[in-house]
Design a protein around this ligand. Structure first.
Ligand SMILES: *[C@@H]1O[C@H](CO)[C@@H](O)[C@H](O)[C@H]1NC(C)=O
Ligand SMILES: *[C@@H]1O[C@H](CO)[C@@H](O)[C@H](O)[C@H]1NC(C)=O
Ligand SMILES: *[C@@H]1O[C@H](CO)[C@@H](O)[C@H](O)[C@H]1NC(C)=O
Ligand SMILES: *[C@@H]1O[C@H](CO)[C@@H](O)[C@H](O)[C@H]1NC(C)=O
Length: 247
């Protein structure tokens, strides 16, 4: 069964929150460039220091840290069955990416990329109920985790839409596939603050961390898809398509 997820974001569902060109210092890849993919690969690396701090004028929020105010997600599979609500969720290290491959087909409007990330660290205020593998989780409080290294394959599909005579890329679908090597977890406030039960659950999570991570990967992929969707809507919703890919 698919995880259900809702993230509350500003400016995510509306195209064209603001309309701008890319900043001068941004690389541009021409849509007619026979080496478009090579250009994109280079551009991804060039923009890294800028996205780290965020580029407000084109709707790119700071990536370091990346902060989500609140979201909830649940997963119901044989391996993991839980619901979690998070607030003040922050991720560190996302800007430390290495792009291995980019592929954009201007005819089909499909973009795909393979990226590698060093371990990411997460911290959040959370409330969670359910189980991961055989480990029962029932708690609320603060949680921290580190995950990685991570390999990600991202596929983005969309269409061009016309808004008052200007074309924008409207992202329709995002698919993320993650391979997460390992990680560790510290969940506070488990079982109403019962220290013995809380310690046992944390020890079990960390003892079986590769299996735990594999079990919850569908939920993490779903979260990544929502985060990238939020990014895409705000970026391609504010910069016209032919400003991103000049003819
Ligand atoms: C998940 O947990 C709910 C109760 O919290 C239960 O009703 C449901 O059957 C469980 N699903 C699986 C696949 O274990
Ligand atoms: C939210 O997280 C940031 C760091 O990520 C921290 O400085 C801030 O105090 C947190 N706010 C609350 C309400 O916990
Ligand atoms: C990521 O891919 C590289 C090859 O490009 C491989 O050596 C590495 O083991 C992979 N890491 C993970 C976490 O899957
Ligand atoms: C937690 O995992 C991260 C990334 O895999 C690693 O760098 C760190 O040393 C680990 N910390 C502990 C306490 O195991």
């Amino acid at each position: 069964m698919l995880p259900i997820l809702a993230i509350f974001v500003l400016c995510a569902s509306t195209i064209n929150c603001i309309s701008h060109d890319l900043p001068d210092y941004f690389p541009r890849c021409s849509i007619d460039d026979p080496n478009l993919n090579k250009c994109l690969l280079k551009a991804f690396t060039t923009v890294r220091p800028y996205v780290k701090k965020g580029v407000k004028e084109i709707g790119i929020l700071p990536f370091e840290p990346l902060v989500l105010s609140t979201f909830s997600l649940s997963q119901e599979t044989n391996l993991a069955n839980f619901t979690v609500t998070a607030s003040n969720f922050s991720v560190r290290g996302i800007d430390n990416y290495n792009v291995k491959e980019t592929n954009y087909n201007p005819n089909t409007l499909v973009f795909s990329t393979k990226m590698e990330f060093d371990p990411l660290s997460f911290s959040t205020i959370y409330k969670m109920f359910g189980r991961i593998l055989h480990i029962a989780i029932d708690g609320k409080g603060e949680a921290e985790a580190a995950l990685g290294p991570i390999n990600a394959t991202i596929v983005i599909k969309g269409e061009l839409i016309d808004t008052e005579g200007t074309e924008y890329y409207n992202t329709a679908n995002i698919k993320v596939i993650l391979s997460i090597k390992d990680g560790n977890f510290t969940l506070g406030g488990l079982f109403g603050g019962d220290e013995t039960l809380g310690r046992a659950a944390n020890e079990a999570l960390n003892q079986f961390s590769p299996e735990v991570i594999e079990a919850v990967t569908p939920a993490i992929e779903q979260l990544a898809e929502e985060m990238i969707m939020k990014f895409m809507k705000s970026f391609t919703g504010s910069v016209p398509y032919y400003k991103i890919f000049p003819k």
